[in-house]
Design a binder for this molecule. Structure first.
Ligand code: HEM
Length: 128
């Protein structure tokens, strides 16, 4: 593996784009998630492609258009329970299966997303 092979390069722009589309198709139907997302997920998916590109070591597309990611702060308006974080990760796992993202690159990406998803939790089930 060449030294500058970022996860973004290893996955590739096309597969990442397919992954995000497969992910939001599931989010849009998931009973725990669709109520807190917009009906039209086009713009959400566009921003997520920008964000994950830079998260995986690709060009800083999200920051160029939207500024510092501050992901936890940007999620505070949305009530994110541990159940919703699990649902989000479940949709992502299924999306990875759908696009055939496998092996070490998948495992490392998913492990990192698991930590980020937990970090987004901002309310308990009881407080909801
Ligand atoms: C935006 C929910 C985790 C990245 C959003 C929005 C919701 C949401 C409701 C607003 C959608 C919109 O109005 O367009 C959740 C839930 C999560 C979660 C329930 C469960 C833990 C994550 C994680 C990441 C992420 C782990 C990144 C790895 C983003 C991005 C946006 C976003 C990039 C767009 C921000 C913007 O408007 O600029 N999320 N999210 N989210 N989320 Fe999450």
């Amino acid at each position: 593996i060449e030294k500058d092979a970022t996860p973004f390069k290893l996955i590739g722009e096309e597969k990442l784009s397919m992954l995000v589309d497969a992910f939001y198709r599931r989010v849009g139907k998931h009973p725990d998630l669709f109520p807190i997302f917009p009906d039209d997920l086009t713009e959400t998916a566009r921003k997520q492609k920008q964000f994950l590109t830079q998260y995986l070591g690709g060009p800083p597309l999200y920051t160029e258009e939207h500024g510092h990611p501050m992901m936890r702060a940007r999620h505070l308006p949305h009530p994110i329970t541990p159940t919703r974080a699990q649902a989000w990760l479940g949709c992502m796992k299924e999306a990875m299966d759908e696009v055939g993202l496998e092996g070490q690159i998948r495992d490392e990406f998913f492990a990192r997303l698991t930590l980020t998803a937990r970090h987004m939790v901002n309310i308990t089930e009881e407080e909801l």
